[in-house]
Design a protein around this ligand. Sequence first.
Ligand code: UDP
Length: 324
Amino acid sequence: MILVTGGAGYIGSHVNKLLNNSGYETIVLDNLSKGHKYAVKWGELVNADLSETDKVKEIFQNNDIEAVMHFAAFSSVAESVEEPEKYFKNNYENTLNLLKVMKEFRVRKFIFSSTASLYGIPKSIPISEDNELKPINPYGESKLMVENLLKDESDFGGLKYVSLRYFNAAGADLDCEIGEDHNPETHLIPLVLDAALGRRGSISIFGDDYSTPDGTCIRDYIHVNDLADAHLKALKYLEEPFNDSNIFNLGNGNGFSVKEVIAACKKVTDIDFDVKIEGRRPGDPDILIADSKKAEEILKWKPQITELEDIVESAWNWHKKIHV
Ligand code: UDP
């Protein structure tokens, strides 16, 4: 049995589906503050918060938990700047609680949702795992604190973990059963698709004066199914007794500018909409592109949906389903 915290959320729900389709049984722990009940179509859902230690312990008492995949976290950079304490409490303190319970019940395998935000403004592109860790916002800082804790628990406390540093998660389940559904939405692709559907009047480009060929920020968009596949491979990796704790970047290795994403959305939807240029959003680095060679070599992972238009198309199919 695998415990999936945050399994009602965007990435967690895709991993939960894949685990169940790959022969694993799961329990999803989610407080449904951001996630959706409808997204837990596989396994059992326990509606609880990680700060409710008794409820967390009950899960471990009543089930034979082999490993924990930990997605439950707040993930909005803007919100983290407004309310840092919320991020340290939910992302760090609640993870500490979870790890304590795991230790009590001798569950020693842990897969962590980490982020490219750990790198802050990177010194070199593409970004490999040994790049300096220098987050520039409380969200990234809260995730770095967890990674530091995991390292110590692994070095001195017998924990075996894999930390997966995601670049820009995008797209949706190809069967359209689940997908991205944030409220409020802040991510580029669903916002552009909202503009295509007329759910917003236009899309704003946050800055066209960056040091990139077209002046707009470049990001590495990785399909959520490819992220899910990496989690499955990370679990298999931890199931091998001689494998050590490890950290992997997960990106598709291709960068796309904001303008390229908008063009791809116009092409896939075949709808024209207004695009406005606005000022820069604070804290946005010019370019983030992953070097994921380590995951390719050690986990034998390779992203399958790498064309921007294919990523956008899967997001579009889902977007139409929930919003039309
Ligand atoms: N972005 C934009 N307009 C929007 C939302 C995002 O220009 O309405 C830009 C943002 O500044 C960044 C890129 O799109 O350069 C990706 O942003 P997103 O919030 O999707 O992901 P992040 O890179 O912040 O994790």
